[in-house]
Design a protein around this ligand. Structure first.
Ligand code: SF4
Length: 211
């Protein structure tokens, strides 16, 4: 994609959805962190289903700790890999209470030091909660970046770096949401819906699907 095509790509996505938001449900930075931690290899819908029961009962690190491991597991059993996610979340909560006054830290270094929090989760929290222009490359963004020619790369990190380099600064904070939603609903994994795609004219993918 040329710089002019990238500009059109994001201007089009922005016009269709000026204020994109994550589909994960949360009401605080901690709830966002917990939801993202639980969402690895799971759908947002599945995570929301569990957290709608969990968060009314426990929505701070101390309250999660007070549930105990088995108590926490009972709320998130429907989410894949729930045992290891429960362990990570408990340990993360312990560190938040002991080292961060129960608050979610704002730096990448401190976030990535939390169990179960990798680069992608840290990028989501920095972007969604703190408004930083970071790019969390999930399976959708990895696919869209490569398929469209926007940010070709063999690894998520390579795609992330390309996206940060190529996306105009004014689109960077929201680009993560636009790309995820575009990948989830239009540029789908098995068969992209090119015939319904608003950015088809600036996408390198060939041959386009016709329905
Ligand atoms: S034209 Fe097709 S491949 Fe390109 S972004 Fe749209 S859906 Fe994806």
């Amino acid at each position: 994609m040329t710089p002019a095509q990238i500009e059109t790509f994001f201007a089009t996505l922005q016009a269709a959805n000026p204020q994109p938001v994550t589909e994960l449900e949360y009401t605080s930075v901690f709830e966002l962190l917990a939801a993202v931690l639980l969402s690895a290899q799971a759908t947002d819908v599945g995570v929301n289903k569990a957290t709608r029961r969990l968060f009314p009962v426990a929505h701070t690190p101390q309250q999660i700790l007070d549930l105990g491991l088995e108590g926490l597991e009972s709320y998130i059993k429907t989410i894949g890999l729930y045992r290891s996610k429960a362990k990570h979340l408990m340990e993360t909560c312990r560190i938040l209470v002991e080292r961060h006054g129960g608050q979610v830290p704002r730096t990448r270094e401190a976030l990535e030091a939390l169990p179960g929090v990798g680069r992608k989760t840290a990028n989501v929290v920095l972007n969604v909660a703190f408004g930083e222009p970071t790019m969390a490359v999930d399976t959708h963004i990895f696919r869209v970046g490569n398929r469209t020619g926007l940010a070709p790369g063999k690894t998520p990190l390579a795609v992330e770096q390309q996206l940060l380099r190529r996306i105009p600064a004014r689109y960077l904070v929201d680009a993560h949401h636009w790309l995820i939603l575009h990948g989830r609903y239009v540029c789908q994994a098995r068969k992209p819906l090119c015939h319904q795609c608003a950015v088809s004219a600036c996408c390198d993918f060939r041959p386009k699907t016709t329905g």
